[in-house]
Design a protein around this ligand. Structure first.
Ligand code: FEO
Length: 164
């Protein structure tokens, strides 16, 4: 076994959070889909898929290191949102929370001198910066446009896509 029991337990917990995030993003994507904001819906459906992949990375790591895989219950997502701002605010808050969770996992791996786990977790640390910045930027654009001009946010997303 290449992972301690304590770290394996914490990784199992994180798998639940990541699958939970995936469901949360499906719920946010549905909000935009219901309002005919197809690019925002697409962005959040893609984010839901990314979160599923995050969960699967932890699953694979536990299998590779022969840690005890015990899939946890997945927290239910917020089912509906009153506005785009509320939905994206929830996404930003979520990503900030996940950043804290990943940092705590890194602290535990460092405390245990588990270099394999630290190397594995470094990818998530970098990913969290990207995700917090993405949601923060989107929230700012939504606030500037206001709920009545969300089509401008869609235009902004087209512009971002083209400039990649
Ligand atoms: Fe898996 Fe968006 O953090």
């Amino acid at each position: 076994m290449l992972i301690s029991r304590e770290l394996a337990k914490a990784f199992n917990k994180q798998i639940g959070y990541e699958f939970g995030a995936s469901m949360q993003y499906v719920s946010i994507a549905a909000h935009f889909n219901q309002h005919q904001l197809t690019l925002l819906a697409k962005l959040f459906f893609a984010q839901a898929e990314e979160e599923r992949q995050h969960a699967m990375k932890f699953v694979q790591y536990l299998l590779d290191t022969k840690g005890d895989l015990k899939l946890p219950a997945v927290p239910a997502p917020t089912p509906a949102f009153a506005s785009a701002e509320e939905a994206v605010q929830a996404a930003l808050k979520w990503e900030q929370e996940v950043t804290r969770q990943i940092s705590a996992l890194m602290d535990l791996a460092a405390k245990e001198n588990d270099h394999l786990a630290q190397s594995f977790l470094q990818w998530f640390i970098d990913e969290q910066l990207e995700e917090v910045v993405k949601m923060d930027r989107l929230l700012s654009v939504i606030r500037q446009s206001g709920e009545r001009n969300l089509l401008m946010v869609e235009a902004y997303l087209v512009h971002i896509e083209k400039s990649k």
